[in-house]
Write a protein that binds this ligand. Structure first.
Ligand SMILES: NC(=O)c1ccc[n+]([C@@H]2O[C@H](COP(=O)([O-])OP(=O)(O)OC[C@H]3O[C@@H](n4cnc5c(N)ncnc54)[C@H](O)[C@@H]3O)[C@@H](O)[C@H]2O)c1
Length: 421
């Protein structure tokens, strides 16, 4: 069978995982044929890395040459790994040219661009896959399987708390994400993962959302108020990591982008502390909280059902040492974590569920996802992990509605934003 021809647009840090999967790990089914980005240095870095892996460099196109690239390189599939706010441009452009799309989360950042994508899918009968790697974490698969099998009966309510520590959390305030126009804020950029997991676990869709959010810890005023500054606990030294240096420091002369901004400097327009109440179409209620300045990183999930309760605790990092921060998902952190999952049926003792250790890269999820995505066609997917544009939008609607609720102070009906019926 002919190999599918892939182009990657947005050749930053995350692109590396897709590039390696396409060009090296799944070269029997995939062929990498081009890069596109606004920054030529970063494309060169990826080509240099390919050479190190024994793969021929691929043509590098300026963003303006995207449409031309599709034809010249006979691209079948566009992989979108740009800054979030530009996803919609490339998704719609690829669909209108009759190509398939694999896009990183969040599929997009606001309601108008989500509508544009939905329209493009419809007029082209297009094919979009959203790379929700969190679905491929073996722990999350286990939760999905247990809930779908009725381990707690009908789901009455869910409590979900997600903590980003002062290393990973601060990183959103050092990078382009700090501007809400780029990322949609953490309700969109980060919580799209969490709201997608919730939709998938609960087996329903959000109907009503009420939320409060604020910038409490990062930003200029808060830094002063709480006594934090851009000292070694909050500084990232790009010189210390050859990959980060090449990708950002050595590429800065082209676009002026700084990956190592001061999280306590002016210009932050996203929140770092967010509380959300959601009512699902199934009737289930959710209380959700996201914090970006925690001493440890991980999450707690509690699901109350008609037959019992499921509890999950995942500690990804138990503390943050005061040294220069490693970069989450790029280099290993020195502190250990653990995970526990239990189900307690009504009138029974609590049962601990044994967990498979997933490995590196978001708990082993990244490898499992790229194998499913770029490996041979026709692989089984009994848990329904592969996510479409519809899942992409559904995961975003909770965050869009929460952002609206932050502004209005009132509850938001999701159907008033986008009516998917
Ligand atoms: N699923 C995950 O776990 C995960 C992890 C990290 C990042 N991501 C996603 O991957 C995407 C990229 O994130 P990143 O961390 O690699 O960011 P990054 O800053 O390292 O890379 C972004 C790239 O986009 C390029 N770019 C900016 N504007 C562009 C435009 N108009 N046209 C083309 N290219 C443009 C930049 O030059 C840069 O090379 C984001 O959408 C992010 O949400 C997902």
């Amino acid at each position: 069978m002919a190999r599918r021809r892939y182009a990657v647009v947005g050749t930053g840090s995350r692109a590396e995982r897709h590039v390696r999967a396409i060009a090296v790990e799944h070269a029997e089914t995939c062929e990498l044929v081009a890069f596109a980005d606004v920054n030529r240095t970063r494309m060169d870095v990826h080509n240099e890395r390919l050479a190190g892996l024994g793969v021929e460099p691929v043509p590098a196109y300026d963003a303006a040459g995207f449409r031309r690239m599709l034809d010249e390189q006979r691209v079948d599939v566009v992989v979108v790994t740009t800054v979030d706010r530009f996803h919609d441009t490339y998704i719609v452009g690829a669909l209108d040219a009759g190509r398939d799309v694999v896009t990183e989360k969040p599929m997009t950042t606001d309601v108008p661009s989500a509508v544009k994508i939905l329209d493009a899918v419809q007029r082209n009968d297009g094919n979009v896959t959203v790379t929700f790697n969190y679905r491929y974490n073996p722990i999350h698969e286990k939760v999905r399987a247990l809930l779908a099998d009725g381990a707690v009966g009908e789901i009455g309510s869910v409590h979900f708390e997600w903590l980003l520590d002062t290393r990973h959390g601060a990183d959103y305030f050092r990078r382009w994400h700090r501007d809400k126009a780029n990322s949609g804020g953490l309700m969109v950029h980060k919580a799209t993962h969490h709201f997608d997991l919730l939709n998938w676990w609960v087996g329903s869709v959000p109907e009503t959302v009420y939320a409060h959010g604020r910038l409490f810890f990062y930003g200029e005023e808060n830094g002063k108020r709480h006594g934090y500054s851009h000292d070694e606990r909050f500084t990232i030294d790009l010189e210390r990591d050859a990959w980060l240096k090449k990708l950002y420091l050595d590429a800065r002369h082209e676009d002026g982008y700084r990956r190592d901004q001061n999280p306590f400097a002016p210009g932050v327009s996203i929140e770092d502390d967010m509380s959300v109440l959601v009512r699902y179409a199934s009737g289930a209620n959710l209380t959700y909280h996201l914090t970006a300045y925690s001493p440890w990183e991980g999450y707690r999930l509690m699901v109350n059902g008609s037959r019992g309760r499921l509890e999950l605790e995942v500690v990804e990092n138990s503390w943050v040492s005061g040294q220069h921060p490693a970069v989450h998902g790029v280099s290993a952190n020195p502190e250990q974590g653990w995970a526990t999952l239990s189900v307690q049926r009504l009138f029974e003792r609590r049962e601990e569920i044994p967990l498979e250790h997933g490995g590196d890269g978001h708990g082993g999820a990244d490898q499992r996802m790229v194998d499913a995505l770029y490996g041979p066609a026709g692989q089984q997917d009994p848990l329904g992990r592969r996510a479409t544009h519809r899942d992409g939008v559904l995961s975003l609607l909770t965050g869009f509605a929460a952002n609206r609720s932050f502004e209005t102070g009132g509850p938001v009906r999701v159907a008033d934003l986008i009516d998917l019926r």
